[in-house]
Design a protein around this ligand. Structure first.
Ligand code: FAD
Length: 526
C-alpha cells in the first residue's frame, strides 16, 4: 500500500482476475504447442509436478523419491502445468502467456514455502524441472546448469572431479530461487553471496525473447539480477565460477540446553573475530525447539553445522572451532572428513525434509555483544512458548547467519556489485558483522496456519523492538529467508531501488513480472 495508490491496486486486482480467467485459453494454446509437455488436472504428471490431485501426487512422490514442493503450502491448483525441457520451450510458452496476458508461476526447486510464489490457483505453472543439464568447463573454470537443477544435480557432476561451486548448503534446494535471492553457501565467508559468482544468465524475457545477460552486454541488468528475485526475466541457465574443492571436514555438533549460553558466547566471538581471521570456515548455528506432542527428551537443542575446507586429523583440531568443540559439553557429533559437497549437504537435507507446513521469516542486526544474542534468544523463547504448547507438530529452528565484513566485501571486490547493497550500509562500511536472525517454523495442520503466523509475527515484533531499543536494528532482510510480506527490496537501499526501477522499465515495459508472474517481491512503481 505504501507504494501504490488505491486505483493502482484495484487495476492490478482486475488484471489478476482477468489473467486467471485467460489461463484456460493459454492452457489450450500450450497444449497445441506441445501436448507432451502440457498437463491438466487428474493426470499423473500434473499431480507429480504440482503436488495436488488426490492419490496421484503421493504416488508421484514415492516414484520420484522427491516432493515437488518442500512446504505443503506450495501445493496449489494450476489450470495446467507446462514442463519446459529447453530454453526454446520456455520462450514459446512465454510468448503465449504474454500475448494472452495469462497469470503464471515459475518453479525451480519448489523450496520457497510462501503460498503461490512458485505455484498458482488457476493460472499456468511453468516448471523448469526438465531443464536439468549440467556442463563443467575446465578451461574457463565455470559450470553451466539448467534452472530446473537442484544443487544435488550440480554437485553430482562436480564432486567426482574435485571441483566446487557456490551452491546450497542443503542439496535439495533449487538453483533458481536460491541464486536469484542471493545464496549463502559453505564458502560465503570468503567469497560472499553465491550470486556474486555468476558469470552469465541465459534468460527468457517477459515477451518470450531469449537473451544472455553478462557484465559486459547488460551491466546494470547483470547487477540487478543478483538478489532481486524474479523481477526481470525467467532464467533458463546459470553459468558460475568453479574452484578446486579438496577433502573437507564438516558435520553437526549437538548441544544440550545447558550448553546454550556458552554456545552463544562462542558464536559471538566467532562472528566478530574467528570468521574474519578464518574466512575459509563456515558455521550454521541453529537452535531447535519442539512441541510436547513430539517424542523427544529435550525441548531445545543446539544443532551447529561446522565446515572447514581441509582434511583434519580429528574433528576437534581446527583452531577456529576449538571454542565450540573443545570447551563446551555436547551430546553428539557427525563431524568427519568428507569428499564431495553432496555429503554434508545431503546430511543437512535429511534434517529438514519436506511434507509439512513451513515458514521462514528473518531480520538483521548489527552485532554488538554476546549479551544481545542471549537477550534475543530469551525473548524468542518467552514469546514462542505458549505457541509451542498448542501448535501441533511445532518444530522451530532459530538460526543465525553472520555476514562478516569479508562476506560483504569479497563478493563485491574488484568493482563487482549486486542488488543487495550491503556494502553501502553503515555496518557494511565500518566493517561490523551483520547478523541475520531467521526462524523456520514447521507445523502440521492447515487450520493452525494463522496461529503459526501469529507466533512468528509476535516473536519478530519483540526481536525488532529489542534491536531498535539497542540501536542495532539493520534494515537488510535476506530474501531467501523472508516471509513474503516483508519489505525486502526496500532494505537494499535507495541506490539499489533506483537501479531496479530503471532496469525494470527497460526489460519489462508491459510489467508482466508485476502483474502476471506470481511470487517474489515486486519492484514498486515500475
Ligand atoms: C531446506 C532448505 C534449505 C535451504 N538452504 C539454504 C542455504 O543453504 N542457503 C541459502 O541461501 N538459502 C537456503 N534456503 C532458502 C532457499 O534459497 C530459498 O527457499 C529459495 O527460494 C529456494 O529456491 P527454489 O528454486 O528451490 O524455490 P522455488 O520455490 O522453485 O522458487 C522460489 C522463487 O523463485 C522463483 N524462481 C525460481 N526459479 C526461477 C527461474 N528460473 N527464473 C525466474 N524465477 C524463478 C519462483 O517463481 C519463486 O518465486 C533453504 C531453503 C530450504 C527450504
Amino acid at each position: 500500500m505504501d507504494h501504490f495508490s488505491k486505483s493502482k491496486v484495484s487495476s492490478v486486482l482486475l488484471l489478476a482476475l482477468a489473467s486467471v480467467a485467460n489461463a484456460e485459453n493459454c492452457c489450450a494454446k500450450l497444449k497445441t504447442l506441445d501436448s507432451s509437455k502440457t498437463f491438466y488436472p487428474n493426470t499423473y504428471t500434473y499431480g507429480a509436478a504440482n503436488g495436488a490431485g488426490g492419490l496421484l501426487p503421493i504416488l508421484g512422490n514415492v516414484l520420484q523419491n522427491d516432493f515437488p514442493y518442500w512446504a505443503n503450502q506450495g501445493i496449489a491448483a494450476p489450470g495446467c502445468v507446462f514442463t519446459a525441457k529447453s530454453t526454446e520451450d520456455v520462450s514459446n510458452a512465454v510468448k503465449i502467456l504474454h500475448q494472452y496476458q495469462c497469470e503464471y508461476a515459475i518453479r525451480s526447486g519448489g523450496h520457497n514455502p510462501i503460498p503461490e510464489w512458485s505455484n498458482t490457483y488457476g493460472g499456468v505453472l511453468l516448471s523448469t524441472s526438465g531443464i536439468d543439464d549440467v556442463a563443467y568447463n575446465p578451461t574457463e573454470n565455470t559450470v553451466t546448469f539448467g534452472a530446473g537443477c537442484n544443487w544435488k544435480d550440480v554437485y553430482n557432476e562436480l564432486d567426482p572431479l574435485g571441483v566446487g561451486t557456490m551452491g546450497g548448503r542443503d542439496n535439495t534446494v533449487g538453483t533458481g530461487g536460491f541464486l536469484l535471492g542471493g545464496g549463502i553457501s559453505y564458502y560465503s565467508n570468503s567469497k560472499g553471496w553465491a550470486a556474486d559468482h555468476i558469470t552469465a544468465y541465459e534468460v527468457v524475457y517477459a515477451n518470450g525473447t531469449i537473451g544472455t545477460i553478462t557484465p559486459s552486454n547488460y551491466p546494470d541488468l547483470f547487477i540487478a539480477m543478483k538478489g532481486a528475485g524474479s523481477s526481470f526475466a525467467i532464467v533458463t541457465h546459470f553459468t558460475q565460477e568453479t574452484f578446486e574443492q579438496k577433502t573437507y571436514n564438516a558435520g553437526f555438533v549437538f548441544y544440550p540446553p545447558g550448553s546454550i549460553p556458552k554456545v552463544l558466547n562462542a558464536l559471538y566471538n566467532y562472528s566478530v573475530d574467528g570468521a574474519i581471521a578464518h574466512p575459509e570456515s563456515h558455521i550454521i548455528p541453529a537452535f531447535s525447539s519442539v512441541g510436547p506432542d513430539l517424542v523427544v527428551t529435550e525441548i531445545t537443542l543446539g544443532a551447529f553445522c561446522f565446515f572447514y575446507p581441509t582434511k583434519l586429523k580429528n574433528f576437534q583440531e581446527t583452531e577456529v572451532f576449538k571454542p565450540f568443540t573443545k570447551e563446551i559439553p555436547f551430546l553428539a557429533s557427525t563431524k568427519k572428513n568428507r569428499k564431495g559437497i553432496n555429503s554434508i549437504s545431503g546430511e543437512i537435507a535429511g534434517y529438514s525434509g519436506p511434507g509439512k507446513r513451513q515458514s521462514f521469516t528473518d531480520m538483521a542486526i548489527v552485532l554488538d555483544s554476546a549479551e544481545t544474542l542471549k537477550v534475543l534468544w530469551d525473548a524468542y523463547q518467552d514469546v514462542a512458548e505458549p505457541y509451542r504448547l498448542c501448535i501441533q507438530g511445532y518444530t522451530a529452528s532459530f538460526i543465525f547467519y553472520p555476514l562478516t565484513s569479508t562476506f560483504v566485501s569479497q563478493g563485491t571486490a574488484g568493482g563487482k556489485k549486486n542488488s543487495m547493497g550491503l556494502e553501502n550500509t553503515p555496518a557494511g562500511q565500518d566493517g561490523k558483522t551483520i547478523m541475520i536472525i531467521s526462524i523456520n517454523l514447521t507445523w502440521l495442520l492447515k487450520s493452525q496456519d494463522a496461529l503459526a503466523a501469529e507466533c512468528v509475527g509476535k516473536v519478530f515484533a519483540k526481536l525488532r523492538q529489542i534491536a531498535e531499543q539497542r540501536g542495532i536494528y539493520h534494515p537488510f532482510l535476506y530474501m531467501n529467508y523472508a516471509n513474503g510480506t516483508q519489505d525486502v527490496l526496500g532494505g537494499y537501499g535507495a541506490a539499489s531501488g533506483d537501479r531496479l526501477r530503471q532496469v525494470k522499465l527497460e526489460v519489462d515495459p508491459t510489467n508482466d513480472f508485476g502483474t502476471l508472474v506470481k511470487g517474489r517481491y515486486k519492484i514498486p512503481d515500475a
